[in-house]
Design a protein around this ligand. Structure first.
Ligand SMILES: O=C(O)C[C@H](Nc1ncnc2c1ncn2[C@@H]1O[C@H](COP(=O)(O)O)[C@@H](O)[C@H]1O)C(=O)O
Length: 541
């Protein structure tokens, strides 16, 4: 399934009216019409045999979020949230809600159940479910397209009685369709031959595919782009390196940023290798009940066609459950991405602490409640903390989900309800890193000052040139000059003057400063755009 362009509820109405005009349905005819009635009008106006693209730009995600925010005392509900993702940080992660909430899971289950009924109607051997009329198809499609919070609440009310969440969806659909004479005749074919997990695994797979593509990847791409810009903008700015926290050969600020951009984009490319899998093979993975009911049907083929029609890859070897190995693979990549970003956050924290970056202050904001001078690197710290939470959850899911006793236990069911938690903390962290980056201002004076005070870093190139020209014990001589001693521009120059080197080599060493001793750093930073390929990565097909 492809991501739909964003369109808010009023825009949906406007879209339908515009479509109506295009098909010469009058506004008067549309006045007061429900979405289903509107579609029926559009369909008949478009002519016999024409189909109206009802999935078009109707943005169910935006609609469900709007409905959520209209709920009575939404703010109070958030304030009492047990998880900060649903409280304090709700506004940063709300885009994930349509996909990974209870509402989202129910909606995806409804989609799978309805589409399965439609699929059954296309199998010639299943004469008990004849092909649906256009009106019945529109009716079923409208259940999906118009599915909202009120419908989800109805399912939850049914679940209070059934105490079985998937069965509640089946009953909801039967009730909803009992008013349509044609569909009412085949109500028992809802959930036909299915075990609940046939519905669940496809629902989770769809949520992951759509949620990650639509919400996660764009922010991950923005993060890569922001770090790439830091690399390019600061490609020539020399910076003292630190290995073991001690002054080491200089680099450029841009080159150190480029390293992170390259690492993150490499992980991005791996996402496209993850296949989101689905199964539809009944209670223990062998189509047992289907084969008895309709022995003449090629059930593995039907299942494969159905899973693929939803935009998922088919997994033929399963128990009652799809074994979730692909979720481990996917989440391990998130863990890797998050680890690299943690590394970035901590380096940025250290560079800010060294004064290499200043942070732009916003009028009215407070740094420290007691030390008025302070501007703390709170965004990088928030990101670091949330990446810890994210990786804790994502690793737990990745470790647990592939393990299920024999043909199934229900441990995955409750655990799978946390897909959005791991992704939510990740999203929160990416946004915090982006905020942190947006406040940075490079302090070239501080960067230069540190280099000016560490002429001893030139010991490395001098001893390397001495080796080339066969001067005995170069390393030891430099060690004597530099180790634990105050090394200055003058003492270094004096040392170079005293070396038995060809004139050209000496001149080039005398020209060298800690600021210019940066090797290929600037070129490496400038070349980052060729390495960072954000077009082929960060996408799950
Ligand atoms: O298709 C079936 O139902 C077959 C059945 N296995 C089940 N498969 C899927 N869901 C099942 C199963 N069993 C229970 N439930 C319902 O799952 C819900 C579990 O709730 P929670 O622990 O909160 O995630 C909760 O709503 C449970 O009622 C079996 O016997 O193998």
């Amino acid at each position: 399934m492809s991501a739909q362009p964003s369109l808010k509820a009023p825009a949906v109405a406007a879209f339908l009216v515009a479509e109506a005009a295009a098909h010469r349905v009058t506004a008067a005819a549309l006045a007061g019409a429900s979405r289903l009635q509107t579609r029926r009008l559009l369909c008949s106006a478009a002519g016999a045999g024409a189909t109206v693209e009802t999935r078009g730009p109707l943005d169910w995600a935006a609609r469900s979020l709007e409905e959520m925010q209209c709920a009575e005392d939404f703010d109070a509900f958030c304030m009492m949230g047990l998880s900060p993702l649903d409280g304090r940080y709700e506004r940063f992660v709300r885009d994930l809600k349509p996909f990974f909430s209870e509402f989202g899971l129910i909606r995806y289950r409804v989609i799978v159940e309805v589409k399965w009924l439609l699929k059954l109607s296309e199998i010639p051997e299943i004469t008990e479910v004849p092909p649906f009329s256009e009106d019945a198809q529109l009716f079923l499609d409208a259940i999906i397209q118009d599915f909202g919070l009120a419908d989800a609440k109805e399912v939850k009310n049914i679940e209070k009685i059934t105490n079985h969440d998937v069965k509640a969806v089946e009953y909801f659909l039967k009730k909803k369709c009992s008013s349509h004479p044609e569909i009412a005749k085949v109500l028992e074919f809802f959930h036909f031959g299915c075990t609940s997990e046939d519905i669940n695994n496809l629902s989770h797979a769809l949520a992951l595919k759509e949620g990650v593509n639509t919400v996660m990847f764009p922010v991950m791409i923005d993060t890569c782009k922001a770090i790439c810009s830091l690399a390019k903008q600061n490609s020539p700015i020399p910076m003292l390196s630190r290995t073991h926290g001690q002054p080491a050969s200089p680099t450029t600020l841009g080159k150190e940023m480029a390293n992170f951009a390259a690492r993150l984009s490499n992980i991005g490319k791996s996402f496209s290798q993850v296949k989101i899998l689905g199964k539809f093979a009944g209670a223990v993975g062998n189509y047992n009940a289907d084969v008895v009911a309709y022995p003449e049907v090629d059930w593995p083929k039907v299942a494969e066609e159905f899973v693929r029609s939803l935009g998922l890859e088919f997994n033929p070897y399963v128990t009652q459950i799809e074994p979730h190995d692909y979720i481990s693979k996917l989440f391990n990549l998130f863990v890797q991405f998050n680890n690299v970003l943690t590394d970035f956050d901590r380096d940025m924290w250290a560079y800010i602490s060294l004064g290499y970056f200043k942070q732009i202050v916003k009028a009215g904001e407070v740094g420290s409640s007691t030390m008025p001078h302070k501007v703390n690197p709170i965004d990088f710290e928030n990101s670091d903390g949330n990446l810890t939470m994210a990786n804790g959850t994502l690793s737990s899911l990745s470790m647990k989900l592939p393990i299920s006793r024999m043909q199934r236990d229900l441990t995955d069911s409750t655990v799978l309800r946390n897909l959005g938690v791991g992704l939510g903390h990740s999203l929160l962290a990416y946004k915090a890193t982006l905020r942190g980056i947006s406040k940075l201002q490079v302090n070239e004076f501080r960067l230069s000052e540190d280099l000016e005070q560490t002429w001893e870093v030139l010991a490395e190139p001098i001893q390397t040139v001495m080796r080339r020209y066969g001067i005995p014990e170069p390393y030891e001589k430099l060690k004597e000059l530099t180790r634990g001693q105050a090394v200055t521009k003058d003492s270094i120059r004096q040392f170079i003057e005293g070396l038995d080197l060809p004139e050209k080599a000496r001149a080039s060493l005398l020209k060298l400063t800690p600021h210019s001793y940066i090797g290929e750093a600037e070129n490496l930073a400038r070349g980052i755009e060729e390495i960072v390929d954000l077009k082929s990565g960060f996408r799950i097909e």
